[in-house]
Design a protein around this ligand. Sequence first.
Ligand code: PGA
Length: 258
Amino acid sequence: MSSNKKLIVGNWKMNPVTLDEAKKIASKIKRISPTLTSTETVICPPLPFIISCGSRKEVKHFHLGSQSASVEMVRGPHTGEVSAEMLHDIGVEYVIIGHSEQRARGESDVNVAKKIKAVIDAGLSPIVCVGELVRDEAGAYLEVLKNQIKHSLADVPLASVKSIVLAYEPIWAIGAPEPMKNEDIHESSIFVKKVFSDIFGVEAGLKVRVLYGGSVNYRNAPDIISYGKVDGLLVGRESVNSPGFVELLKAVDNIAYK
Ligand code: PGA
């Protein structure tokens, strides 16, 4: 583990449909978060709902995230874009970048790298998603992972590595019936840290937080943390099911760190 706090990130994707529902989910998370002792929560609602899901007063152990940010850093004629600076201004602290669903719609490593830079420059933490499409016997997926990490982080200066969070999400385990096996999660998270160390040095590699994502729910989350030995989770479906997400936070918070 790289930190004694677990980081649980809810990726709401394009859910829910109404602002009213979004506020209801967020308020349940805001109610439970201050009771947590070793867990930090981030919710990433769709852009139109983010500001209403936050809070004027700080809520302990609760943070806002966005599912996207523009590569453009300077305000101006960029129709449809939302800058990292704007997100920062409304209280967002994290931005999910390079999610496989965006990569599948054409987001390249080059674009991912530009977004990471824009997000870091605005003072936010990028949650950089990496993961293989298939896990082949010969281990070619390791090369895929390595290249994704290297190219995505190509523009990050050493001074900014502290803000980076990596999310390992094997694509085949996203939206699936089951998550990846815990021992495989452990192995991949070590590999991801190793590649990170090779780029930024051992000290940075020891400190970087690596999350796991892919079919996490309140039942499997504690074992993924304990036996997968990751620093937190990136949760899709279960993050918009508020009773399940609240249970997940409680269960994860109850894990004693070794
Ligand atoms: P899932 O999604 O938890 O619904 O599998 C995870 C993700 O895509 O981040």
